[in-house]
Design a protein around this ligand. Structure first.
Ligand code: FMN
Length: 320
């Protein structure tokens, strides 16, 4: 696969990132992805019990990944988490070299992290946010389209038109996320001007992911129209269509307050859904990409398929 600026900056072989996944992206998954030549990413709650201590958990996951791979890995910190400052302290004390911030203002911590030798990437979902992140001197941005799993931007902009507009407005490298599963998506993202891709849902349905089988199976079964965006008043979120997300839709339609919707979503209820497999009890995050996923394979196979398929797709483009 083509080497891009992102490969040089992150010191990885392939310009592919495994997306942060709050409860799911643990050391085991991140190491499997990094060992396959892409960038594995750890999330702070992944691997802990529902009432665990995120700071202790993150520290032990970072130590663990360091034992499982000598390749680069990243840590994803959503800045809207109550403990985000403490979690970033853990990254600093553990000497994490790549930090991916999301859901907040990159002005807060970028300089501090870079001052300690970390590369910082920030997740954005509009041109305005991309320009702001560049002003804060982040090293790269991850641009998430409306197709993405989990929390998406309030403007709900599709990746196909968002990427070109972002790359026309910034000079730092851009990584595309949302709806990408196979090499066709990678080549499309590159042709729009991205220099890397990030995938989330594809890395839920892999052997190394600790997600419950019910959740993985539901992703495999999902077709093109089986995800839905809910919680537009609180934080727009893409998940599988389940009894839970349908109930959320109904609450929004009938004018429920933000507080009632937030209470229904619940604190840590996605744990119950994603790790205990009770799909009707919490949000089963999934991108529109779910419709293209039909097997559970090792993470290395996901990367291998991208690498092996790349020249075929590029050759086909040249012929057409
Ligand atoms: C289960 C799950 C949890 C996620 N949690 C986070 C998170 O904590 N932080 C974050 O920045 N993105 C999170 N995401 C988004 C992914 O990192 C990624 O950008 C997104 O899934 C890309 O879209 P795709 O799923 O269509 O590949 C999550 C995605 C999934 C599937």
């Amino acid at each position: 696969m083509k080497k891009t600026r992102i490969c040089n900056i992150l010191k990885i072989r392939y310009p592919v990132l495994q997306g942060g996944m709050l409860w799911l992206a643990d050391a085991n998954l991140a190491a499997a992805v990094s060992n396959a030549g892409a960038l594995g990413v750890i999330s702070p709650y992944a691997g802990m019990q529902i009432n665990g201590d995120p700071m202790d958990n993150l520290k032990s996951q970072i130590e663990k990944v360091g034992e499982m791979t000598k390749k680069p890995f990243g840590v994803n910190i959503p800045l809207d988490l109550r403990q985000s400052g403490l979690l970033l302290d853990v990254c600093l004390t553990q000497g994490v070299k790549i930090v991916i911030t999301a859901a907040g203002n990159p002005a807060q911590y970028t300089k501090l992290l870079q001052g300690e030798g970390a590369l910082v990437m920030h997740v954005v979902s509009s041109v305005k946010q991309a320009k702001k992140a560049q002003e804060c001197e982040v090293d790269a941005i991850i641009v998430e389209g409306v197709e993405s799993a989990g929390h998406i931007g309030f403007d709900e902009l599709p990746l196909f038109s968002l990427i070109p507009q972002v790359v026309d407005n910034v000079h730092i490298p851009v990584i595309a996320a949302g709806g990408i599963v196979d090499v066709r998506g990678v080549v499309a993202a590159f042709s729009l001007g991205a220099q890397g891709v990030q995938m989330g849902t594809r890395f839920v349905a892999v052997d190394e992911n600790i997600a419950h089988k019910n959740y993985k199976d539901a992703i495999i079964k999902a077709q093109d129209s089986d995800t839905v965006v809910t919680s537009r008043k609180v934080v727009p979120t893409r998940s599988l269509k389940t009894e839970f997300s349908m109930r959320l839709m109904e609450m929004e339609r009938s004018g429920s307050s933000e507080k009632d919707i937030s209470d229904f979503i619940g604190y840590r209820r996605s744990f119950t859904c994603q790790l205990e497999g009770k799909l009707d009890k919490g949000e089963a995050f999934a991108g529109t990409s779910a419709g293209m996923i039909d097997d559970i394979v090792p993470a290395s196979v996901v990367i291998q398929r991208l690498v092996e398929g790349y020249s075929d797709v590029v050759d086909r483009l040249a012929e057409s």
